[in-house]
Design a protein around this ligand. Structure first.
Ligand code: SF4
Ligand code: SF4
Ligand code: FES
Length: 525
């Protein structure tokens, strides 16, 4: 691979690389605002300026400048190297670039930084970006001086509602155009643009439009300062109090990699944001996925229920034992869930196939929905492929209803509360069951019809593996402990097995995973 030198260090590069991209790949940060690895180059902020040595035998590019001469007590004409934007300058072999090692670059960065802050309001104490703002970070790293301008700063519109999810503050905006480019290039909806010139420039929404495509929250995500704020997160939390877990979005079968930011003091989730994975979601998530973290606190089930009434775990398990006592194995079925992790599904499938001795299994999950050509998948379940690999013979939910109506299935253990069909049409068939035990994290059709409900952890409360629509097996970390009596579904299944007289061997997640290994190898997942 060809290389160039950055501050004396050999950096490999690929054809077409710019200086900043090659450095970024090596984990070296060249300060930048307008550059984003997933967007086109605008080169408008000038924060990434670097000094480039000329090829051997060629004259360096120089600029005539006026510099203050203390001895002469006057300005004198002198020269300095012409700096180049690292985000736009392509690399060639043996090029020599100075970033941290150049005095001129350090001066330029401090000046760019001072220029960007000339009219910037001192909003930091009430700004949602505080703690993760580039202007704050780079002031400390590259400027560190007090403001010299004594004039009244230019005032611009604040609190402008761009759409249902985004509020804009033109005074904080550094006009890097990342949001404009994101909307045009990634969301394929050029709904944002700039108006005016110079220090009056601001970002506007196209006349007659709102910022309302399916990826509006990514404009806030790419904004390097606090100019675009999300209505959802605005004024809710200070980021330095939050911790991040490396989770997955369970909003659809794409399986976007995400960070779930939560407050560890209250175990409260506050936001979901993309985690880079070039093979899955690159740098992005859709709005529905970003906002899907609300499900962690909505319609939750945190206690066991018998006939819809809260009860204790021992009483609920005793009820399960009585309901299944004497049930004919051929009439017992399990319902796997494409909403749950592979570990949860494996535990239930194993209980059914190995211990209870039934091979009758069905698959449930959310109904299909909207799709697009960017990220959004029509399958609104994160683990359909994982369940299919585990139990290829699993039949549809409609088949379950038919089997119940025909009297072939009378006892069911179901994972998850979501069903793919119209809930109103399910009431009559489900009411015919002699026993329906549902292990679920959320209230839904299968919990409302259940004789016994056992409270399961939601995806961010337990580690789990999910297989996305491309067959990629991905792990989601546990962010925090579940509230109430909720347990990981695989653990609840082990307890159900015990009361039914089929002791399973797993007590820890790693034991479930160890048991899964041979099956995964056979299925090739
Ligand atoms: S709103 Fe943010 S992303 Fe958009 S131009 Fe201004 S600073 Fe850049
Ligand atoms: S595309 Fe699917 S997985 Fe990705 S963020 Fe949206 S809902 Fe979540
Ligand atoms: S990053 Fe803005 S000019 Fe290069």
């Amino acid at each position: 691979m060809p290389t160039f030198k950055l501050d004396g260090r050999e950096i490999p590069f690929e054809k077409g690389d710019t200086i900043i991209r090659a450095a970024h790949r090596m984990g070296i940060d060249i300060p930048h605002y307008c550059w984003h690895p997933g967007l086109s180059v605008a080169a408008n902020c000038r924060m990434c300026l670097v000094e480039v040595a000329p090829p051997p035998g060629q004259r360096p590019l120089m600029l005539d400048i006026l510099a203050w001469d203390k001895e002469k007590n006057d300005y004198v004409v002198t020269r300095k190297p012409k700096l180049q934007p690292a985000c736009q300058m392509g690399v060639v072999e043996n090029m020599e670039v100075k970033s941290e090692a150049s005095v001129e670059v350090a001066k330029a960065r401090a000046q760019v930084q001072e220029f960007l802050l000339l009219n910037h309001p001192v909003d930091c104490p009430i700004c949602d970006q505080a703690g993760e703002c580039r202007l704050q970070d780079y002031w400390l790293e590259h400027q560190g001086t007090k403001k010299r301008m004594r004039d009244e700063p230019v005032h611009k519109p604040k609190g402008v509602v761009f759409g249902p999810t985004i509020v804009y503050d033109a005074e904080r905006c550094i006009v890097c155009t990342r949001c404009v480019r994101f909307s045009a290039e990634i969301a394929k909806d050029p709904v944002l643009d700039e108006r005016e010139r110079g220090n009056l420039t601001e970002i506007v929404v196209s006349p007659g439009r709102q910022l309302d495509h399916d990826y509006t929250l990514m404009t806030e995500h790419v904004c390097p300062v606090g100019a675009l704020t999300s209505s959802d997160f605005r004024f809710k939390a200070r980021v330095w109090f939050l911790r991040s877990a490396r989770t997955l979005c369970t909003g659809c079968a794409t399986g976007c990699n995400a960070y779930l930011d939560y407050d560890p003091r209250t175990m409260t989730p506050y936001r979901h944001r993309p985690r880079e994975n070039m093979a899955v979601n690159q740098y992005w998530m859709c709005d529905e996925g970003v906002l899907s973290y609300h499900r962690l606190t909505e319609r939750r089930i945190h206690e066991p229920r018998i006939g819809g009434q809260p009860t204790t775990m021992p009483d609920a398990l005793e009820k399960v034992r009585r309901l299944f006592a004497g049930a004919a194995k051929e009439q017992v079925a399990v319902v796997l869930s494409a909403q749950h992790s592979s570990e949860d599904n494996f535990a239930l499938y194993k209980l059914a196939s190995t211990f209870i001795g039934t091979s009758t299994c069905f698959i449930s999950g959310k109904p299909e929905g909207k799709r697009d050509e960017i990220l959004i998948h029509q399958d609104k379940n994160p683990n359909t492929a994982g369940v299919r690999a585990l139990a290829p013979q699993a039949r549809s939910f409609d088949d379950l209803l038919e089997s119940i109506l025909a009297g072939r299935v009378t006892h069911v253990i179901a994972l998850g509360s979501d069903v793919p069909g119209d809930p109103a049409l399910l009431e009559a068939p489900l009411a015919k069951l002699k026993a329906l035990v549902t292990l679920a994290s959320h209230d839904g059709t299968l919990t409302r019809a259940a004789h016994v409900v056992l409270p399961a952890c939601a995806w961010a409360e337990a580690e789990g593996t999910y297989v996305n629509s491309r067959g990629m097996s991905q792990k989601s970390e546990r962010a925090y402990d579940a509230k109430g009596l909720s347990r990981p579904a695989w653990d609840l299944i082990a307890r159900v097995g015990e009361v039914l007289g089929y002791a399973t061997s797993w007590r820890k997640l790693k034991e479930v995973r160890r048991a899964m290994e041979p099956e995964e190898a056979a299925a090739g997942t």
